[in-house]
Design a protein around this ligand. Sequence first.
Ligand SMILES: Cc1cc2nc3c(=O)[nH]c(=O)nc-3n(C[C@H](O)[C@H](O)[C@H](O)COP(=O)(O)O)c2cc1C
Length: 372
Amino acid sequence: MNRRGFLKIAGGTAAATLLATYAFSDKQNIMRDDVADIPISSEKLYPDERKILYLASLAPSGHNTQPWMIKYLAPYHWIVCNDKMKWLPAVDPSQRETILSIGAFIQNIDYAADSLGYIAEYKLLANSNQDEDMVEIRLNKTSNKSNYNLENIKLRRTIRSGFLNDIISANDMHFICSGDNNHFHYIPNKTKEQQWLSELTVDANHQQIYRDDAQNELANWMRLSTDDALKYKDGLTTASMEISGLSGWIVRNLYKKENVLSVKFREQSLAKVKNQATNLGGWLLMTSENGDTASLLETGKRLQRMLLKTRVKKIGVHPMTQILEEDIYKAELQSRMKITNSIQFVLRLGYVQNYPKPVSLRRPIESFIQLI
Ligand SMILES: Cc1cc2nc3c(=O)[nH]c(=O)nc-3n(C[C@H](O)[C@H](O)[C@H](O)COP(=O)(O)O)c2cc1C
């Protein structure tokens, strides 16, 4: 065989190998719609209970850990619990964010129950963020159903890219925050405070990205491959991290935990944050009365009520909590902003052209219910 013939055959073989590798590779940027909510096999749950708990589970949570659990005492009588296995000790050592997430979960229960004709009675059981039993809930059937639109819960999502730089209009701010100026503080784009807050966010991220315990914890909650995403149905997938196209393929097929810990990955993450910090319509700070568990649960509920109003206004919300997770930056924020109440959320806001479909996955209901 002459050289030309050999090169032709070798080239053809390489192309065929590449094609075959691609054909059998992990090509799916899996989304929530791709994963069916499998009905619970136990007869113990009533259909309305299933609906309510499914909707509750669509609440946001840090790293999508879904830190809630339900102790099932009797039909429509549950205890919402704090699942210790889902804590994030490196970034949330006092479980502040865990409780905020559980608050959002309870708000979804409230709206879902109300729309199905139940009135919820709540009893706070927790004295601290570390207690397992948080809130006892009884749902009582009534003849009234609210007309709350459950699509708000189903279609809400965290958005991390594609923000326009337009300032959020006063009307829209009033609408999403329900006119509550005690707990919400909007810092519009292109103001001195916004620029300062954007810089502080980058600095806090820089500190956290190079903190090995925090990066290691993040890596443990990343579901890099579709197999892992389907196995765990929690954490951060390529779709929820908004890594698409070729980059998404590379992460799903070639990345391992070690890559997330590499300097290159950390540099890329910081570059992304710098970009996000300059693309926004402003920052929204949320405060609570104090830092106790009841106040944090209330703040989580308030957050969720606000988030559920953003889609209709095409406003994307991206929690960027690193300032609050890195102590020196938290102190700086609190003193510079001259806000006396404790700041519990730093949220990047921006109008988006199109509000995208939700992508983050949720564990099936039976995985977070203890039938007792
Ligand atoms: C307390 C809390 C803290 C969060 N912190 C961040 C954050 O720092 N950066 C980020 O990109 N998303 C953050 N999120 C958003 C979660 O990652 C997101 O809610 C989760 O992945 C589920 O996705 P979904 O909101 O689209 O349902 C946070 C959410 C909560 C409730």
